[in-house]
Write a protein that binds this ligand. Structure first.
Ligand code: F6P
Length: 321
């Protein structure tokens, strides 16, 4: 394989740039030409191609966002659009492609591979850590650390004023990010979309903590489970004497300087993805299981979902005594 493409797709995540850097530099070291496709699958459809080289990716290992730009492109669900994308790849002489993004992007990558037998490798990059087949996605570690830093500050106010804070974090469909943040912050309660909210249980738990003399608490709420503002109102009705506040962390979780773990994973995944294309291993996602880099079939990635670690939820209960 002499000429490959790379694109970033879906929501941005810290680590996309270090992945692009690793892909480009690995391709160069394997004597391959490397074409950047801008704005994800939309750019593939509209032929937004640009030649990349080692210098194009200097100074980006420490940058959040993606130099290739990204977006969500629902039109890719249309088979005519996908056919055009495939034809554009052939016309540009691109022989294989590295798709960088989350679970939605993995689906796009799989369709290109399965429908046209086109050589595709996917790299899981998402703050949500919800891609089946890998223990970690690139960007998750940075997003958790960003949230933890912010919530530690909020905790100071919660403790000093003896307040209850509801903190809404990202995670439209999955609670993995919320659970990990809750464990790392020592939150008293975590609420995620996968588990039906037991309002009585929440009230009971807060009352029990109050009985033990604990007057401040942090509740982590994944955005997919509801709005922090609505929860705060509801809680105020149950605890009229309490000072209840809420905070929405929002997009600060998506940006920022990638951590060491994010950069390391990005570099390993980027290198392995290009090596796979070079060695003729297609239709796979590169991932990590334990300490090992693995090549995981894209078909399994797109057909399976997983609950967050439920034992972590117990851990939150045990620690909130
Ligand atoms: O996929 C990552 C994610 O951050 C989700 O947790 C969040 O719900 C979503 O993206 C929001 O993305 P956007 O507003 O860019 O569509």
């Amino acid at each position: 394989m002499k000429r490959i493409g790379v694109l970033t797709s879906g929501g941005d995540a810290p680590g996309m740039n270090p992945v692009i850097r690793a892909v480009v530099r690995s391709a160069v070291s394997f004597n391959m030409e490397i074409i950047g496709i801008q704005r994800g699958f939309k750019g593939l459809y509209e032929k937004e191609f640009l030649e990349l080289n080692s210098r194009s990716v200097s100074g980006i290992i420490n940058q959040g966002g993606t130099i290739l730009k990204t977006n969500r492109f629902p039109e890719f669900k249309n088979s005519e659009v996908r056919k055009k994308c495939y034809e554009n790849l052939i016309e540009a002489g691109i022989e294989g492609i590295v798709v960088i993004g989350g679970d939605g992007s993995a689906k796009g990558a799989y369709l290109l591979y399965s429908e046209f037998n086109f050589p595709v490798v996917h790299i899981p990059v998402s703050i949500d850590n919800d891609v089946y087949g890998t223990d970690y996605t690139v960007g998750f570690d940075t997003a958790v650390n960003t949230a933890v830093e912010a919530i530690d500050k909020i905790r100071d106010t919660a403790t000093s004023h003896e307040r209850t804070f509801i903190i809404e974090v990202m995670g439209r469909e999955k609670g993995n990010l919320a659970v990990e943040i809750a464990v790392a912050c020592g939150a008293e309660i975590v609420i995620i979309p996968e588990i039906k909210i037991d309002w009585e249980e929440i009230v009971k738990s807060l009352k029990e903590q109050e009985r033990k003399g604990k007057k401040s608490s942090i509740i982590i709420l994944a955005e997919g489970a509801g709005k922090a503002e609505v929860f705060a109102e509801k809680l105020k009705k149950e605890f009229p004497e309490r000072h209840i506040r809420y905070s929405v962390l929002g997009y600060i979780q998506r940006g920022g300087t990638p951590t060491y773990m994010t950069r390391k994973l990005a570099t390993l995944f980027g290198y392995h993805a290009v090596k796979m294309l070079k060695e003729g291993i297609y239709g796979y996602m590169v991932g990590i299981k334990g300490n090992e880099i693995i090549y995981f079939p894209l078909k399994k990635v797109v057909c399976t979902t997983e609950l967050p670690h439920l034992e972590y939820l117990n851990l939150i209960d045990y620690m909130a005594v």
